[in-house]
Write a protein that binds this ligand. Structure first.
Ligand code: PAF
Length: 281
């Protein structure tokens, strides 16, 4: 079932709530791929009914052309979701339905987890994500909500958001879904040619270098290796490569015993910006 208004969604969900059904939410911006379907399948393992929202959220784009070029194909998305599971409720609100007349992001304090990497390179992005997710949780009131680990900072900020807003929803992270080359599935991949897709696997290669050399090399030596790797691939421009402690997501140059680390990367290929991350120890 596709619903476009909050009122219609409420009507459907209220009935399900009365029947004590467990409701899962998978928020998306459309241009769906196997990674999204894996999130939906994950949700159906825990929930009776899954709502997938498709909404290209204007307040999380810090670049007008990125928003304009974001791939949109609603008919294909809905087809894919129904083929996957015909029970799924697809919520496709208009911008006005969500934001009324005030298309603005709220100001949140998520602390260090949103300060670096994506927070640094995409000013305002995380406030936009926090704003739309807060709205969606208020509208859908899901028992559980599912997010991919590819956007690891986003996943952590949403865990923080529900603490700040005291929304009673359990946040579930799902492993990154990858192409055979290792490239993380992303809606933005749809803007790349076959040869660019091949080249984009360099992001996964870089993260794997960090993981495979965690014990042998210092963090600055790992960064040198990554820099050299990208110097050999002219088509892909490295924006950042950072290693951060998993608990606070603050980039660091020093390896401490007992700490868990993750490597984060962003790179641009033919004006398409890709990100990825990996646990490295
Ligand atoms: O990860 C995304 O696709 C978006 O940031 C999200 C979580 C759907 C919010 O618009």
């Amino acid at each position: 079932m596709q619903v476009t208004t909050i009122k219609a969604l409420d009507k459907t969900l209220n009935k399900l709530r009365k029947e004590q059904q467990i409701i899962g939410l998978v928020p998306t911006m459309g241009a769906l791929h196997e990674g999204h379907l894996a999130l939906v399948d994950h949700a159906y393992k825990d929930c009776n009914i899954v709502v997938v929202s498709i909404f290209v959220n204007p307040t999380q784009f810090n670049n007008a052309s990125d928003l304009e070029k974001y791939p949109r194909n609603l008919a294909d998305d809905i087809d894919l979701l129904y083929k996957n599971n015909s029970k799924t409720i697809v919520f496709t609100p208009s911008i006005r339905e969500i934001y009324k007349k005030d298309i603005k992001a709220e100001d949140f304090d998520f602390g260090s987890i949103t300060q670096y990497m994506e927070g640094e390179y995409r000013q305002g992005h995380f406030n936009g994500v926090g704003t739309i997710i807060k709205h969606l949780f208020e509208i859908v009131k899901p028992h559980k909500a599912y997010f991919g680990e590819k956007d690891y900072q986003q996943l952590q900020l949403i865990k923080k958001l529900v603490k700040i807003t005291q929304q009673p929803v359990i946040i579930v992270g799902s492993p990154t879904y990858r192409e055979p080359s290792g490239l993380a599935k992303s809606s933005r991949n749809k803007r790349l040619s076959n040869s660019e897709l091949e080249k984009a696997a360099i992001l996964f290669k870089a993260l794997s270098i960090a993981k495979n050399n965690f014990n042998q090399l210092s963090f600055s030596e790992i960064k040198e290796e990554i820099k050299t790797l990208f110097e050999k691939e002219e088509c892909v421009k490295l924006e950042y490569f950072e290693i951060a402690e998993e608990e606070n997501l603050i980039p660091t140059g020093t390896k401490k015993e007992q700490k868990k680390y993750r490597a984060f990367i962003a790179a641009v290929i033919n004006e398409v910006r890709l990100i990825d991350n990996m646990a490295i120890n």
